[in-house]
Design a protein around this ligand. Structure first.
Ligand code: LLP
Length: 424
């Protein structure tokens, strides 16, 4: 059940009416539901109870400290892509020993930091990166646990910008090169080759491509075992989609997907390894936080036109980039629906770009001053926001039952230029 629902004609997050949040903290504001966050995370964690499994939340989706803290206390690990994200995990009380470090361009400084903090594993994406990690580890007298991100070349059937496991993608090691790359890794003196991972894309509604990728990883693990390279973990990546209200097929339920992964892994281990288990890691981002958040915004002006009617809102592409970047369709609901006839509007923000739209051709009955909520905006919303047009990043609020808490205050304009200096 969604934690965002109409109660007495007003959209609520759990037990809190959204207008109460707008009144206290203004708009635009991201509003998250703690109950929804826990429900999603537990969907991944529950089927793995009692076995060697770890859910490493891909924090690029939403890295607010309050969110990380809640997940860390549930036992989550984290999938990071920068040194900055590692420092966030630590600031939120997360365990660096449950952190995996992904990404194609890890710097020397980031590798050093990660080794120093004792992360679980580097997900390595190329041979030069293997050498770099080996050199840094040797210099600071540490051993570096590594896993190779392998490209299974499975078509995830998603938007090309968020398909990441195809041959033409910048990510990972090609399946055909994987064996040689593993051989090269095991020959390096300061590396421990511990795992394998993949990530084929994002917003996958069907889990068939994910399970196909899993089968290819399994095949590779067997081949490696034949060469004396024994892996301790299998990281199936993230990628499960959410319901954006587009009317497409519903995404597969988290628990169903996770159970299917375990069933395959168990059958394989029983057949080939006398049931000896292998650690299974998941790296979900969107499916943990996507439907936990809405972007609350206000109507500024209505601007009727010959070809288009515009509803000018106070949120813009800098606050939520997904429509402008991926032509993503995001559902927008009136917080307090009005009776009366609707008009077809494009919802546009105040930023000076024609690409600054958040929704197109929506039937709405609205007046200036009304509140709107962009639904399922909790993933890749705030984290991809920017200060374009010297717009401060918006506030973030966490709802917990009938209470709500500011978890990031709105940035002030002065803060946006405080780091700059004038040269005369
Ligand atoms: N692991 C790796 C290595 C990744 O690259 C990603 C996402 C994830 C895990 C988490 O994937 P998820 O479970 O969230 O699908 N900004 C885009 C999505 C980019 C995804 C990038 N990688 C969007 O707003 O649709």
């Amino acid at each position: 059940m969604s934690q965002f629902s109409y109660q007495d004609g007003v959209l609520h997050a759990e037990g809190v009416a959204l207008p109460a949040i707008a009144e206290q903290f203004g708009t635009p504001t991201y509003v998250y539901s703690k109950a929804q966050l826990l429900q999603n995370f537990r969907g991944y964690a529950a089927p793995g109870k009692g076995r060697d499994a770890l859910v490493c939340y891909a924090m690029k989706a939403n890295s607010n400290l309050a969110i990380l803290d809640i997940l860390a206390r549930e036992g989550a690990g984290f999938d990071i892509v920068s040194g900055g994200e590692l420092l966030r995990v630590i600031a939120a009380g997360g365990d660096p020993g449950k952190v995996i470090f992904s990404g194609v361009g890890k710097t020397v400084a980031e590798i050093e930091l990660a080794l120093d903090k004792g992360i679980l594993c580097f997900n390595v994406e190329s041979i030069p990166e293997l050498h770099r990690i080996n050199e840094v580890a040797g210099r600071i007298k540490k051993r570096a646990p590594v896993s190779l991100r392998v490209n299974p070349n499975v078509d995830p059937k998603t938007h090309p910008y968020i398909a990441t496991g195809l041959k033409a993608s910048k990510f990972g090691v090609a399946f055909s090169d994987a064996l040689d790359t593993y051989r090269a890794a095991s020959a390096l003196p300061h590396l421990d080759v511990v795992g394998i991972d993949c990530h084929i894309g994002s917003q996958l509604l069907d889990d068939a491509p994910l399970l196909e990728a899993l089968d290819k990883l399994i095949e590779l693990i067997d081949t490696l075992a034949g060469e004396g390279i024994h892996l301790h973990h299998l990281d199936v990546g993230g990628g499960l989609g959410i319901d954006y209200g587009t009317g497409d097929n519903a995404p597969v339920a988290i628990g169903d997907y996770v159970s299917r992964v375990f069933a395959r892994v168990d059958a394989w281990r029983a057949e080939k390894y006398e049931g000896k288990p292998i650690k299974v890691i998941f790296e979900p981002g969107r499916s943990i936080v996507g439907n936990t958040g809405v972007l609350l915004m206000s109507v500024e002006f209505l601007k009727p036109g010959e070809e288009k009617n515009f509803c000018v809102i106070d949120a813009a592409m800098n606050d939520m980039a997904r429509p402008a970047l991926y032509q993503a369709w995001m559902d927008v609901k009136p917080v307090t629906p009005r009776a009366g006839s609707t008009v077809t509007y494009d919802l546009v923000g105040p930023v000076c770009e024609s690409g600054d739209w958040l929704a197109r051709d929506r039937e709405l009955a609205v007046e200036p001053g009304d509140l709107l909520a962009m639904m399922a905006a909790g993933a890749y919303g705030f984290t991809m926001s920017s200060n374009y047009n010297t717009r401060g990043r918006v506030a973030e609020v966490l709802v917990d039952g009938d209470r709500f808490h500011l978890i990031r205050r709105r940035e002030t304009p002065e803060e946006l230029f405080a780091l700059e200096s004038i040269v005369r």
